[in-house]
Design a protein around this ligand. Structure first.
Ligand SMILES: C[S@@+](CC[C@H](N)C(=O)[O-])C[C@H]1O[C@@H](n2cnc3c(N)ncnc32)[C@H](O)[C@@H]1O
Length: 222
């Protein structure tokens, strides 16, 4: 029996101390090569102007930019503290000209219909108070034929993996936050049920060891 979700936050990750600890953790994972860039690329998100939702300190989008040619990225982030760190990191990558961090809530994206060639997000979904709204916003802002990839942890992951994740999380101060994120995350069944009521109902949901990946393509109109 899976325990019910425990909501973690509806406001994103805020506060200088938490944001800095989160940045350190993600930098450590980046250095180990544990960033989801290959999943984004395998989905076919590899050209044009793309959207990242909840980039946090920005490593996924920055790695994606550095592995693709002539691409640009808009990254929509609710936390101003995260945007400050992401901009600093983008400067370190020498990518400030190809990425723009936009402060806003993905539930109501400040973008026109059919703006993006692709859209991706990792580790943010469990913080969204109304995921169905964001799924519909992703669909609205994608061009016809545009692809999306949404990945996150799942709270019914094997307890051994949970223990491993916790152990691997550095600095130590971030561990409590990691556990609360896992407790706030969805199961595949829950997410399939939410997706079925949105414009992303044709999405594929792949269960992975510690989470799931939602992928798909906005159809071309005939
Ligand atoms: C756990 S972090 C993940 C960061 C990064 N994507 C990663 O893989 O490390 C989740 C991020 O999503 C942001 N976020 C949460 N809800 C959001 C929303 N409704 N709109 C935009 N950003 C949001 C948080 O502020 C935070 O930076």
């Amino acid at each position: 029996m899976v325990k019910p979700r425990v909501i973690e936050t509806n406001e994103g990750i805020q506060g200088e101390f938490t944001v800095e600890a989160y940045d350190k953790m993600m930098r450590h994972l980046r250095d180990k090569g544990w960033i989801e860039t290959q999943i984004v690329l395998k989905t076919g998100i590899n050209h044009g102007l793309c959207l990242e939702i909840g980039p946090g300190p920005g490593y996924l989008g920055l790695d994606w930019l550095s592995k693709t040619d002539r691409t640009t990225l808009k990254a929509l982030e609710i936390s101003p503290d995260m945007i400050k760190i992401a901009e600093k990191n983008a400067a370190q990558y020498g990518l400030l000209e190809r990425v723009k961090y936009v402060k806003g809530d993905a539930q109501k994206m400040p973008f026109d219909n059919e703006t993006f060639d692709g859209s991706f997000t990792n580790g943010s979904l469990h913080e969204w108070s109304q995921p169905a709204k964001i799924f519909d916003e992703i669909y609205r802002c994608l061009k016809q034929g545009g692809r999306y990839m949404i990945s996150d942890m799942r709270r019914d992951m094997n307890p051994l993996f949970k223990w491993f994740l916790k152990l691997m999380s550095k600095p130590k101060e971030i561990r409590a936050g990691l556990v609360s994120s896992i407790n706030a995350s969805y199961t595949v069944q829950e997410i399939e049920s939410i997706l079925s009521k949105t414009n992303l109902k044709e999405a594929t949901v792949k269960k992975t060891r510690m989470g799931f990946e939602i992928t798909g393509r906005k159809p071309e109109k005939v």
